[in-house]
Each structure stands twice: as structure tokens, then as C-alpha cells.
Ligand binder design. Structure first.
Ligand code: 5AD
Ligand code: SF4
Length: 439
């Protein structure tokens, strides 16, 4: 049997796409290999969000080239966002690549395999279909992804995603409901809604079929055996009253929201084209917390955006302190080809960027420690993911607020348990099972 190996880079959308890529490969009769060296078809699902992502992938690609030099029958396939962003020069620069496609053209890989790997060379990059409509090979039986939209209509000046994933397109309402019900019937109890901008869902649908993100959150509650709904990522500009109300009233929506801030400086936010300023963001957080007092908030922050001054960076730290996030992903600004910010004057020197990142990470860690410490003594609802990697007398899971919880006695993956938290670090909570909610 011919065998494949898929390496995935980037975000949860790519993890989801890779499940579909595996599904396609398997329906073409290939079996999974444990490493690229053992595979006949070596697939990469790439990311290009920052320069680092490109660099990491290129190392893997060079390794694959060496494997192919030793065994020329191997095929190298490159999909995803880097592939899309490089479509004009990919085959010229990397002639050993056999087939390439963008994130909206995954099914072309199926055509390529059906044709026995003999399709004419070329890059496939039109938007053909939602990956969610393709067969899946799911990795985690209890956790499922539901792709609700594709692409992004925002014009954030630093971001390459709109140019590689295209305009926003929502999947039809009934398709989503049917898929959610199918996943739950198949054993999924935690569903993660995926989109580049989840809370603008539905605005592009024909009027007769137009439903909103708020309506979707409400509707999912009616699926009886569905225990939890997560969503990533919402945009602050679309976090309107109806969405907050729906989330607050929902039985299934988790008490966690990832709400990208990007910068706490209103002048930087303006140049980023985020369409909100610091005061509006803080007012939004207040509304969210008023409706959902227990909610865990996490965020994304970029330091060193062009023209960011010490005072701008101080504003970011001030917003961080004011919100008191549970956690944050912190990034050094990375100029991306074709984006508006890449050509802005006043790029910030590397040493300044690194110093700011370090200062921000210290604040992030302190808040994470404090927010977690405040949970000692509380009860957390935990979805069990499996045995702990280091200590078999304990198991690992995630709380409603998306924190890793290590607890004893161990319970099988997929159960939902109530855990009393006994200790905490900035990374994890530890505790003891008090009750089983769902076996
Ligand atoms: N440089 C650094 N970080 C970026 N992000 C997006 N584009 C860039 C860039 N050019 C970050 C944003 C986004 C997250 C997924 O990646 O914070 O929310
Ligand atoms: Fe995901 Fe963006 Fe990376 Fe594409 S470029 S894989 S959308 S993070």
C-alpha cells in the first residue's frame, strides 16, 4: 500500500484542513506513515502568518527534498497558506515540489491522486469548496471542529491572511446544523466553531437563509448530547449585544473568550486598521464581564508594529493590566509580503522589539499566575483528554475556561468531571475529582 505523511503548521483552521487532507488521502487508498521518511506522498499544510512560520516550514521542505533525492519515486505536496502566498514562484524556486494548492482548493489534491499523480503542473488556488464539506479523518473522538466560514473581510494592515484565504464566505446554516448533529451522533461532546472571524458569520448569506453567529450559538444548545461549544476567533468589532446575550444565555458555550487586542495604543490600532480604539475595547470587556462574570479572557498582542513608540507600548501594558487577561499569545511584528504595514516607514529595530516582548511576557505570566491562583478552592468542569503524560495516577483535561487541569483519580477520555482545584501555576491547575457530570 502507498503511504502518506502530513505535517501541519499554523492555526486550528489548518489542523481542521489537515483532517480533511488525511480523509482525502485515505479515500484514495493511501495509508498513514509515521514519518516523512516512510511516506510515498509527503504532504505539508503550511502557514505564513509570520516569517518564523516560513522558516520552520522551509527546513522541513529541505529535508523532504533530501529524501526525494535518495528515492525519486516520492511525491512532495505543499498545501496551505504559504503555498498560496508563493503561488507565482513556488515551482520555479522549489522545482522538486510535485503538487501545490491553496487552502480553498484541498479537493484538488483528491483529483491529483485519482489521476495517479500525473496532473499537469500548476498551482491550484481558486476557492473551490469549504474544507468542512470534504471527508474527514478525525483525530480526537470527543472533540470536533465545525468550520463555519472561510476567509476574512477585514483589512488589518499587518496581516497576510485575507490575501491567502480570500473574502469571507459563510457556510449555509442547515449544512452547519446537520454537520454539528452528525458529529455529536459520532461521539463529539465538545465542538469548536472555526472561522477567521467567527462572529461576523452569516452576513454574506442570501437574505432568505441569513442567520447570525448569535443564532448559531443559541441553536447549538438544542443538540442534547453536545456538552460544550468553543469558538475561535471572534473580532472585537463584531462582538455586538446579540452575541454577548446569546453567549451568556447559552448552556453549551464555554466560559472562555479569545478576544484579540493586538495593541493597547489607539494610534497604533488605527494604523493597524482594527476599527476600534483602546477605550472601545475596554468598554466591550466591561460589557462581556457584566454579562459573564466568570469568563476567562485571552488575547493576541503584537509588539513592534511600525511606528510603535515607548508610549504606545506603555498603552498596551496599561490595557493588559486593566483587563487582567487569563493568558495571551504574544508576537513580534513580522513584515509580510504584500501587506500595507510592510511598506510603512519607521520599522522598529529588532532589539527594541525583543525588549518589549520580554516586558510583555513578564506581565502576561504574572496575570496568568494570579488568575489561576484565584481559582484554588473553586470547582471546575473538566473535559478529560487522556492520561497525564508524566504521571499515570493522574489524568489531564481542559476546564470550561480553557485551562489545562491535572487531576486524580484518572477518568476515561471524553468524560466530563467536576474537579476541586487545590493548586495552580501560571500554566496548569491541579485538583481532585469531586463528581462525575457525564461518564
Ligand atoms: N506579525 C506578527 N504577528 C501577526 N499576527 C498576524 N499577522 C502578524 C504579523 N504580520 C498575529 C495576530 C493574530 C495572530 C493569529 O497572529 O496577533 O491575531
Ligand atoms: Fe492559519 Fe493564518 Fe497560518 Fe493560514 S496563515 S495557517 S490562516 S495562522
Amino acid at each position: 500500500m502507498r503511504r502518506y505523511h502530513v505535517t501541519t503548521f499554523g492555526c486550528q483552521m489548518n489542523d481542521h484542513d489537515s483532517e480533511r487532507i488525511r480523509g482525502l488521502l485515505e479515500s484514495s487508498g493511501l495509508g498513514e506513515a509515521s514519518s516523512p521518511a516512510d511516506a510515498d506522498v509527503i504532504v505539508f499544510n503550511t502557514c505564513t502568518i509570520r516569517e518564523k512560520a516560513d522558516g520552520r516550514f522551509l527546513q522541513h521542505l529541505m529535508h523532504a527534498r533530501a529524501l526525494k533525492q535518495r528515492d525519486p519515486s516520492k511525491r512532495i505536496v505543499v498545501g496551505g497558506c504559504w503555498s498560496e502566498s508563493m503561488k507565482d514562484t513556488l515551482f520555479e524556486e522549489h522545482p522538486f515540489v510535485d503538487f501545490a494548492f491553496g487552502p480553498g482548493s484541498i479537493s484538488r489534491l483528491g483529483d491529483y491522486l485519482q489521476a495517479g499523480g500525473t496532473l499537469p503542473e500548476g498551482h491550484f488556488s481558486t476557492f473551490d469548496e469549504f474544507a468542512g464539506d470534504l471527508p474527514a479523518n478525525r483525530e480526537r473522538p470527543h472533540q470536533g471542529w465545525l468550520q463555519i466560514s472561510q476567509g476574512c473581510n477585514s483589512v488589518c494592515s499587518y496581516c497576510i491572511v485575507p490575501s491567502v484565504r480570500g473574502r469571507e464566505q459563510s457556510r449555509p446554516w442547515q449544512v452547519l446544523i446537520d454537520e454539528a448533529e452528525r458529529l455529536v451522533a459520532d461521539g463529539v461532546c465538545e465542538l469548536t466553531l472555526l472561522g477567521q472571524n467567527v462572529n461576523s458569520y452569516g452576513r454574506d448569506l442570501p437574505v432568505s437563509d441569513r442567520r447570525s453567529f448569535a443564532e448559531l450559538i443559541t441553536r447549538l444548545d438544542a443538540i442534547e448530547r453536545l456538552a460544550r461549544v468553543r469558538y475561535t476567533s471572534p473580532h472585537p468589532k463584531d462582538m455586538r449585544g446579540d452575541v454577548i446575550e446569546a453567549l451568556a444565555a447559552s448552556r453549551t458555550a464555554c466560559a472562555h473568550m479569545h478576544l484579540p487586542l493586538q495593541s493597547g495604543s489607539s494610534t497604533v490600532l488605527k494604523r493597524m486598521r482594527r476599527t476600534y480604539d483602546a477605550a472601545r475595547y475596554l468598554a466591550l470587556v466591561e460589557r462581556i464581564r457584566a454579562a459573564m462574570p466568570r469568563i476567562a479572557l485571552t488575547t493576541d498582542i503584537i509588539v513592534g508594529f511600525p511606528g510603535e513608540t515607548d508610549a504606545d507600548f506603555a498603552d498596551t501594558l496599561a490595557v493588559y493590566e486593566a483587563v487582567g487577561y487569563d493568558h495571551a499569545f504574544t508576537f513580534i511584528y513580522s513584515p509580510r509580503r504584500g501587506t500595507e504595514a510592510a511598506t510603512m516607514a519607521e520599522q522598529v529595530p529588532d532589539d527594541v522589539k525583543h525588549a518589549r516582548l520580554e516586558a510583555l511576557v513578564a506581565v502576561v505570566q504574572r496575570h496568568a499566575r494570579e488568575r489561576n491562583a484565584a481559582l484554588v478552592g473553586s470547582h471546575q468542569q473538566v473535559l478529560v483528554e487522556g492520561p497525564s503524560r508524566t504521571d499515570p495516577s493522574t489524568a489531564r483535561g481542559r476546564s470550561d475556561g480553557n485551562k489545562t487541569v491535572i487531576f486524580s483519580p484518572p477518568r476515561p477520555a471524553g468524560s466530563l468531571v467536576d474537579v476541586v482545584i487545590e493548586s495552580a501555576t501560571s500554566q496548569t491547575l491541579r485538583g481532585t475529582v469531586a463528581a462525575t457530570i457525564l461518564a
